[in-house]
Design a protein around this ligand. Structure first.
Ligand SMILES: O=C(O)CCC(=O)C(=O)O
Ligand SMILES: [Fe+2]
Length: 283
C-alpha cells in the first residue's frame, strides 16, 4: 500500500544522512553518493514534466536558436515552475545535506535540468573537464547535487569526475584527468554530490536515449546566483521560508542606497547574518 499522502510531497525518507561520513567523503574526495532521494512516483512526474517543458521550449524558440545559445540540452531555472520544484528544494533530506556540506544560509546558484540528448551533442560547456566555482584553499564554497532521473552509467553519459582534484588550485593535466576519471553509476533517483571545484564533465551519451538529470548547484549566500530568482520566480515571495532562503530571497541586492537604508529585517533585501562561512573549512 502506497503511503504517499499527496502527490506534491517529495519523499525524504529513503536514506538517513551520516553527516560525518558525508563530510569526510567530500573533504577528501570531493564527491559522494547520496542514495535515493526521489520516489519512483516523483521520478515519473519529473521525467514527464521536463520532457513537456523541453518540448515547449523548442516550440517557442526553435532548435537552431537553442543550439546557438547552448541551451538545447537544458531546461533552465526550474524554480520558475514552483510546485514540485519547490517541494524538492524544500525537502528535509536535501537541506540536511546542504547544511552538512555548506550551511543553512547557502543559496542555490543554479537550478536546471540537463537532459543530455542521446542524439544531438551540443556545444554545452559541460562536455569538457571543468570546475564550476573559483578555487579557495581549504574551503568548500559550493556543491553540485545531481539527481539523474534514469539509471545511469558510462553508456548514457553519466557525469565523470576526478576524485581529490577539488583540493588543488591548478587544473591537472588532461592525461591525469583521463587516467583517473570515474563515471557516476546508479539508479534513477539516486543522487550524488560533487564539490564544484572537483574537475568533472558530462560523459558521452552513446545510448541513443536521453539522460535527464536535475542539477542543483548551491553556494554560500554572499556569492552571486546564475539568475535573479526573486524576479524570475513569480511564486517565491509566498513560498516556504527554506525555499525563499535557498533561492536567494534574503540576499537580494538593493537597487540603490536609499533601499539599502531599510533596516527593518522583515522588508530589508540583503538581510543580516548572511556573510556566513561556518562549516566550510577543511584541512
Ligand atoms: O551533465 C553532466 O553530466 C555534467 C553537468 C555539469 O557539469 C554541471 O552541471 O555542472
Ligand atoms: Fe559542471
Amino acid at each position: 500500500m502506497d503511503e504517499i499522502a499527496n502527490d506534491r510531497t517529495i519523499l525524504n525518507r529513503f536514506s538517513m544522512i551520516d553527516a560525518a561520513a558525508l563530510t569526510e567523503e567530500m573533504n577528501i574526495r570531493g564527491v559522494a553518493s547520496l542514495g535515493k532521494i526521489l520516489s519512483d512516483e516523483d521520478i515519473a512526474w519529473f521525467l514527464q514534466d521536463l520532457r513537456r517543458k523541453k518540448e515547449e521550449d523548442i516550440a517557442e524558440f526553435g532548435i537552431e536558436t537553442l543550439k546557438a545559445n547552448f541551451s538545447i540540452e537544458t531546461v533552465n531555472d526550474l524554480g520558475r515552475f514552483a510546485g514540485k520544484y519547490y517541494d524538492l528544494i524544500g525537502g528535509d533530506q536535501l537541506n540536511t545535506i546542504v547544511n552538512t556540506l555548506l550551511n543553512d544560509k547557502a543559496v542555490i546558484h543554479s537550478y536546471n535540468a540537463i537532459i543530455l540528448d542521446g542524439k544531438e551533442k551540443s556545444e554545452m560547456v559541460g562536455h569538457g573537464f571543468h570546475r564550476d566555482m573559483p578555487w579557495f584553499p581549504n574551503c568548500r564554497t559550493s556543491i553540485i547535487v545531481m539527481i539523474p532521473l534514469v539509471d545511469y552509467g558510462p553508456d548514457n553519459g553519466s557525469t565523470q569526475f576526478v576524485p581529490g582534484t577539488h583540493a588543488f588550485r591548478d587544473m591537472p593535466s588532461l592525461d591525469f584527468l583521463m587516467k583517473h576519471r570515474q563515471s557516476a553509476v546508479g539508479k534513477a533517483g539516486e543522487a550524488f554530490v560533487v564539490d564544484s571545484c572537483t574537475w568533472h564533465r558530462a560523459g558521452d551519451n552513446v545510448s541513443g536515449l536521453p539522460r535527464p538529470m536535475i542539477v542543483i548547484k548551491y553556494t554560500l549566500a554572499p556569492f552571486k546566483q546564475q539568475v535573479e530568482f526573486y524576479l524570475s520566480n513569480k511564486e517565491l515571495e509566498s513560498a516556504a521560508p527554506i525555499v525563499k532562503q535557498r533561492l536567494g530571497w534574503n540576499v537580494r541586492v538593493p537597487h540603490d542606497y536609499l533601499e539599502n537604508r531599510d533596516w527593518n529585517q522583515e522588508t530589508r533585501k540583503f538581510k543580516s547574518g548572511q556573510y556566513d562561512m561556518s562549516n566550510t573549512y577543511f584541512k
